[in-house]
Design a protein around this ligand. Structure first.
Ligand code: EPZ
Length: 424
């Protein structure tokens, strides 16, 4: 089982570009199932496990999708032959539920294994189902599968009790081929939702208001395959920026829209980072120890929950006591116990972590438990003095395309080793 061995204490420096956003690519791949004709070509796609898992799942349904060496994916969905999404693949990636909207739109039926929870929370899909039911779908559960049936998806007013990122995406995909006009109320405003809408519009969909809490979608009969380059990964970019803060570095990230990082950039400046931006890049320089600050994770444009583990690592080195409140997921502090092994002083009470900054962290062996928690541990290891080993990096590989190569290009000393291959 691979692990990372990091020689910490080196400031990150240099320039790097980001790949397409995992959380845009996954719904866009699912949406490509809806093109009964024409080929879809997606570009700048990261070679990450979640993309491979979804491509495999689509293959079992008769959708041909191939990942090419130039980081493009070619998809032909004309051969879609089943509405069954198998447990063995869905259990590996809960975002597989994103095939529900496309299957209901194209086949009037879906049979999808109920996704398990994961380390960061129960992550139910009740809001997805409630949205589909408002469009005329009836559901039954059988042997761990949720089976949805609908004669013809009906447009109308669909609302969510709370903003849900993939829930909004699922309902949007169903609505683009429903009868009549659908209004979605309390929609998620995450940038990836807007990017999915732009892809669907390129395929022939009629969508207004994507990226705002209120969307209006006019149903159409057919969608066709298109060529598309999804948005740059704001979470990959945020990970590198926070790693540069933790190591007092000086880096520039290309291929990212600053607006997509919402409040995160403001909070980095509050902690003392010097940030300059263009329409498609963010540069950051960190001279001293991070200043203390308070962070509350919120849906976009609030501070993204997916950058919470990384900012925790930065604040662990901060001047003074910081308070971090996680309002999106109920169990997203697992990484704090691992940070304590590096000398961090963090106390978690309910949804709030109290972080007493320490002047330095010291390397140790630590273990990743989810994508972003693992990335947060890497950020801490890059700053810690001495050697840090991060175990179970397969969690990190689900969302980052060989993160060790990108960080090495930014001057880090990090190696992926497997049982004893470490070269000092
Ligand atoms: C998406 O997950 C992302 N995944 C997550 O990124 C991200 O952390 C999350 O949005 C929040 O931004 C993808 O886009 C593939 P939600 P999603 O539905 O859609 C509750 C990563 O590391 N909820 O917005 O599952 C839910 O339990 C991953 O890239 C319900 O109660 O998140 C959570 O507490 C991790 N019922 C909150 O809402 C529902 O039906 C937000 O969930 C749906 C959600």
């Amino acid at each position: 089982m691979d692990r990372f061995v990091i020689e910490g204490g080196r400031p990150l420096s240099g320039e790097i570009g980001v790949m397409a956003a995992k959380n845009a690519v996954l719904p866009i791949l699912a949406a490509s199932i809806m093109a009964a004709e024409g080929e879809t070509v997606l570009r700048n796609i990261p070679a990450i496990q979640d993309v491979a898992t979804l491509i495999k799942l689509m293959g079992t349904m008769g959708v041909k999708a191939h990942f090419n060496a130039d980081n493009s994916i070619k998809i032909d969905a004309s051969g879609l032959k089943t509405f069954h999404a198998d447990y063995d693949l869905v259990r590996r990636m809960r975002a597989s539920v994103l095939v529900m909207g496309p299957l209901l739109a194209r086949m009037g039926k879906c049979e999808v294994s109920l996704p398990g929870g994961c380390n960061i929370g129960a992550r139910p899909i009740d809001q997805h189902l409630k949205g589909f039911e408002q469009m005329g779908v009836t559901f039954e559960e059988s042997e761990g599968y949720i089976i949805g049936t609908v004669g013809e998806l009906q447009g109308g007013k669909v609302y969510f009790d709370r903003p849900t990122h993939t829930g909004t995406e699922n309902i949007m995909m169903a609505a683009v081929m429903a009868r009549g006009t659908t209004e979605i109320i309390n929609a998620s405003c995450e940038p990836e939702v807007k990017d999915l809408a732009d892809f669907l519009i390129a395929m022939g969909a009629k969508i207004k208001g994507a990226g705002t809490p209120y969307m209006i979608i006019e149903g159409v009969d057919t969608l066709t395959g298109v060529e598309y380059r999804p948005m740059g990964d704001r979470l990959e970019a945020g990970t590198y920026l926070l790693a540069a803060m933790a190591t007092r570095g000086d880096i520039k990230i290309e291929g990212i829209r600053p607006i997509d990082l919402g409040l995160a950039i403001r909070k980095m400046e509050e902690m003392g980072a010097e940030i300059t931006t263009t329409d498609s890049s963010v540069a950051l320089r960190m001279l001293g120890r991070p200043a203390r600050t308070d962070v509350i994770t919120m849906p976009f444009p609030g501070f993204p929950t997916d950058l919470q583990p990384m900012v925790t690592s930065v604040l662990a080195l901060g001047e003074g006591t910081s308070y971090l409140r996680e309002t999106v997921f109920e169990n997203r502090f697992l990484h704090t116990m691992e940070l304590a092994r590096l000398g961090a002083d963090i106390r978690v009470q309910g949804d709030t972590a109290t972080i007493d900054g320490v002047p330095r962290l010291k390397g140790a062996a630590i273990m990743a438990s989810d994508i972003r928690g693992g990335a947060g541990l890497v950020v801490a290891g890059l700053a810690a003095e001495g050697i840090t080993e991060v175990m179970r990096v397969y969690h990190i590989d689900r969302g980052y395309d060989r993160i060790e190569k990108s960080l090495t290009r930014l001057g880090a000393r990090i190696q992926r080793v497997n049982k004893g291959e470490y070269r000092s």
